[in-house]
Design a protein around this ligand. Structure first.
Ligand code: URA
Length: 295
């Protein structure tokens, strides 16, 4: 049996196992099952105000992205100017902000420094319901970073990203690619769990997104896998549906970015797993990892 076939079979078996979590997801009101028409309408219309003049804005930071919505296909948003270096840590709200500004000498902050800057964050309302901030985990020098949407219940309890049902699937996907979780880095767009696993709201993304961008800048991976529409649309500032974004290389701040389906979506829609695997195979090819496929 070819390596690719074997890998696909292993993945399929694991995915089958995890499919049983779908019912739990439904009962738990999983975010992928919550389609809020009001939020969707708001998202399409939304343009967040810039930070107040008294608060120094992130240089050249584009307007906050529209949050991800499942339907209908929104118009493509013209890409704004890229975020300029040097990195300035988030200052969307002055609340509980110990310090701002680039490090002396224009160095980019390390993950530890970014985590310290985040502190006991009170920059948005998600802080009221969280048990733990879920900053990110893995190799701070990873060549590959996976970006998800936001912590769920298990992640909130443990303070670690992707440890629930979707996380177990993600771990299998990562391992099927020939990595261990420790080899790569995993983080989310928002670091605190949205209540009842609802989608993060624009002000929450706006407050948290600079930390994600800072993390990516600190790690400087060679490639990013954006898991699901929320991560892909936020990083790319592009409201194209994930069904059209996925599977095509894009560029984020000079880093190759592959949008693919979110593992929680794959738990709901197992028929889409094959496409996700094809996307990940493209990432494997990028890193020269054997996929068992020609071409
Ligand atoms: N879903 C996400 O997007 N991130 C997590 O950390 C867990 C589930």
């Amino acid at each position: 049996m070819s390596e690719a076939l074997e890998t696909s079979q292993v993945l399929s078996e694991v995915l089958e196992d995890l499919r049983r979590h779908l019912l739990w997801q439904e009962e738990d009101g999983g975010r992928f099952l919550q389609m809020d028409a009001r939020l969707a309408a708001e998202a399409r219309a939304m343009r967040l105000p810039r930070p107040p003049a008294a608060v120094r804005p992130v240089p050249s930071a584009p307007a906050s992205p529209a949050p991800v919505v499942e339907r209908p296909a929104p118009a493509r948003v013209p890409p704004p100017a890229p975020v300029a270096a040097p990195l300035v840590l988030p200052n969307v709200s002055a609340q509980a902000r110990p310090s701002t500004g680039p490090l002396p000498g224009g160095e980019r902050p390390t993950l530890d420094e970014i985590r310290r800057e985040l502190g006991d964050c009170r920059r948005c309302k998600l802080c009221t319901g969280r048990k733990n901030i879920v900053f990110g985990s893995g190799n701070p020098r990873a060549e590959l970073v996976f970006v998800g949407e936001g912590p769920g219940e298990s992640e909130d309890l443990q303070g670690v990203p992707f440890v629930g049902a979707a996380g177990q699937l993600l771990t299998k996907m990562i391992e099927a690619m020939g990595y261990r979780r420790d080899d790569i880095y995993i983080c989310n767009v928002v670091k605190c769990r949205p209540p009842s696993n609802r989608n993060p709201e624009p002000d929450e993304v706006s407050a948290c997104e600079p930390f994600l961008r800072a993390q990516l800048k600190a790690i400087q991976p060679k490639a990013i896998v954006a898991l699901g529409k929320f991560a892909a649309q936020t990083l790319l500032r592009d409201s194209t549906p994930i069904t059209r974004l996925r599977g095509t290389w894009r560029e984020y701040e000079g880093i190759q970015l592959m949008p693919t389906f979110h593992p929680a979506y794959l738990l709901r829609q197992p028929a889409e797993k094959r496409k996700a695997w094809e996307d990940l195979q493209q990432v494997m090819k990028f890193f020269g990892k054997p996929t068992g496929q020609r071409g």
